[in-house]
Write a protein that binds this ligand. Structure first.
Ligand code: IPE
Ligand code: IPE
Ligand code: MG
Length: 260
């Protein structure tokens, strides 16, 4: 796995006198603060969600330019189903309209769309729009945008555990086949690398049931910026902090320096 890549000069791995800039391969974002952004301006919460779509477009564009390969964004959690029905409906409508209006941009930017979460809970129209866009963008190569929708980590692990138990029950798996790799392969994120950097916007410092397994060794970055105000500059600030961190994965600093 490439841990360091140059953000300059076409991403070649070059020996230069300049210190190499570490660009995370996979960035995960908890897009939080839409409601507070709107409330601060005397606007309905839904307006914050609408402006959040602009922030996602700007962030995705910047991420692609910076050479990030995967961007996984928390768009709607399992727990968010418990919000007032009107807000849930507004968010589902926004999802449908955003997919339709953004698909040409995804195509022109070379974005491959994916989704994780319990998509069976989404309204039929939303699921259909999502699947159509995933199919249309499947061969794009610049960046993969993963939408976490009706997603929570505990729900994902519960669904995965049920499927593993089913496979054991049918005699397709043995108890001793259960390894970390096997569990990983049963998650919604099976074919995605673990996030290197996990950003939460909106000032709260918690994980809110997001990618608990996958983010075991992610670097965490908490931004005070409300999601509708996020974009290239706040993303670059997070990447700068990331570049200055030493990821030790349980080892000593000396061991890591020898590996580099
Ligand atoms: C994040 O913004 C979007 C979703 C959870 C769908 P919020 O709606 O949680 O905004 P705040 O946290 O109330 O400001
Ligand atoms: C997390 O934000 C979920 C999303 C951004 C989609 P919440 O606003 O739902 O999280 P809590 O409730 O403040 O932890
Ligand atoms: Mg919130």
């Amino acid at each position: 796995m490439s841990k360091t890549r140059s953000a300059t000069e076409g991403q070649e791995e070059q020996e230069t006198t300049q210190p190499r800039v570490r660009v995370p391969r996979h960035v995960a974002i908890i897009m939080d603060g839409n409601g507070r952004w709107a409330q601060q301006r005397g606007l309905p919460r839904a307006e914050g969600h609408i402006r959040g779509q602009d922030a996602l477009r700007a962030t995705l564009r910047a991420a692609a330019e910076l050479g990030i390969e995967y961007l996984t964004v928390y768009a709607f959690s399992t727990e968010n189903w418990a919000r007032p029905q009107q807000e849930v409906e507004a968010l589902m409508e926004l999802l449908i309209s955003a997919i339709h209006s953004e698909t040409p941009e995804l195509m022109s930017q070379g974005v491959r769309l994916r989704a994780i979460g319990d998509l069976s809970r989404l309204p039929e129209r939303a699921r259909q729009s999502l699947y159509e866009c995933i199919e249309r963008t499947k061969d794009n190569k610049q960046i993969t945008l993963v939408l976490a929708l009706s997603y929570s980590s505990r729900d994902e692990l519960t669904r995965a555990t049920r499927r593993i138990a089913g496979a054991i029950h049918r005699g397709e798996l043995q108890e001793t086949d259960i390894t970390e790799e096997l569990i990983t392969s049963y998650l919604d994120t099976a074919d995605l690398p673990d996030p290197d950097l996990l950003i939460r916007t909106g000032g709260e410092e918690r994980i809110s049931n997001y990618l608990l397994w996958q983010a075991a060794y992610s670097e965490l970055f908490f931004s005070p910026v409300y999601w509708p105000d996020f974009g290239k500059a706040p993303l670059e600030a997070a990447l700068e902090a990331y570049a200055s961190r030493e990821r030790r994965f349980g080892k000593t600093s000396e061991q890591i320096q020898l590996e580099d």
